[in-house]
Design a protein around this ligand. Sequence first.
Ligand SMILES: Cc1cc2nc3c(=O)[nH]c(=O)nc-3n(C[C@H](O)[C@H](O)[C@H](O)COP(=O)(O)OP(=O)(O)OC[C@H]3O[C@@H](n4cnc5c(N)ncnc54)[C@H](O)[C@@H]3O)c2cc1C
Length: 395
Amino acid sequence: MTGYGTVIVGGAVMGSSLAYWLSENPDHDGTVLVVEMDPTFERSSTTLSEASVRHQFSEPVNIRLSMFATEFIAGFHENVQVDGESPELGFRDTGYLFLSTDDGMDVLRENHEAQRSCGAEVALLSAGDLAERFPYLYVDDLAGASLGLRNEGTLDAYSLMRGFQQRARHNGVEYVTDRVVGLRCSDTGDRVTHVELASGAVVACDRVVNCTGPRARWMADLVDLPLPVEPRIRGAWVFACRTPLEGPTLPLTIDTTGMHVRTEPPHYLAGMPPIDDIAVDVDDFAVRHDEWEGQIWPALVHRIPTFERIGVTHSWVGHYAYNTLDHNGVVGAAEAVPNFYFCNGFSGHGLQQSAGVGRALNELITYGEYRTIDLSQMGHDRIVRGEPFLEKAII
Ligand SMILES: Cc1cc2nc3c(=O)[nH]c(=O)nc-3n(C[C@H](O)[C@H](O)[C@H](O)COP(=O)(O)OP(=O)(O)OC[C@H]3O[C@@H](n4cnc5c(N)ncnc54)[C@H](O)[C@@H]3O)c2cc1C
């Protein structure tokens, strides 16, 4: 290894999407190295994700990014195939269903308008509509809901990541298994010149991109840049139900308590943000079983009484790279160190944003501007100014 145009630190879904887009762009002529410390990806957010796509956000930029995910998924085989082969994404179009009490209806209506204006196929339902359409739901304490009618659902996260990787490698991107342990800067401190690896190698680069997921803040610290991103635990529980729900497929349903549940054929899957939602150690992957007993199962049975008789088949936890300022991604170059790029803080929606963010960041690197979806609102300058770009539809 000598020198590279772009060194991407972290080779999971974000890092590999960027590598893919740079290597597909005929106007980009630099070399690309991806440094990934764990080629099994067993602890990356990507492989521990619930891997769902929704168009129901409050901010148009997030809606557009997810709508692009739909487009990318539809052309996935063509986009990433190598010698006619591509991983199987297994997308299931089940929809998302956001439930609401009276208090939340105004926000739901505002979000609905934003989604419709971006072309999303969504519908507002009254409590009566809900009862008729999804007879297994308890609706007496609800005022209504927002339902995704098309192109929202679940896919295989590992396959999405593998697709980006296989095509990027085929296009000439190099991957190395190593850990970035330091950055060297110019004497003036405003330019990263080298990346230091745990193996002892030192790699010269024109630019470096931080795609380290929940560890992102540590990398920003290396160049003294603020980044309000921390690892927060999120659990997923898969359960079997003795009596299958009668009626249409259960969409990915977000309850007013924050609990969410969806199908995971042949079973179901549920989760909920912990009540005590704080930063955790990056190596803490212990399942919080008390959350299931104390929070999730009671909320589940309240909303879907059939789920009184269920058995958990397995569970896991992963980490959100949680942006404490506004839940949104931080994307783009740092003003103070213009060849240090952020691609961080995607909280619970980075998987579906990976295709659109990778494409946009490739434009910023190659042309110095966004040409498809403008991600300026996600820029690091807002972090420096402390001005949130708030996403309201958060899971
Ligand atoms: C339980 C759960 C459910 C989720 N559900 C959804 C969902 O339904 N839809 C959705 O869109 N998103 C969801 N997300 C969020 C989504 O998974 C993430 O936003 C996305 O995967 C982030 O990808 P990433 O590549 O930025 O980070 P990661 O996948 O965490 O990858 C970062 C990589 O960087 C590597 N790395 C870190 N430090 C170094 C270093 N110093 N040197 C070299 N390599 C390094 C790591 O090994 C890792 O592979 C969920 C997340 C969790 C945890």
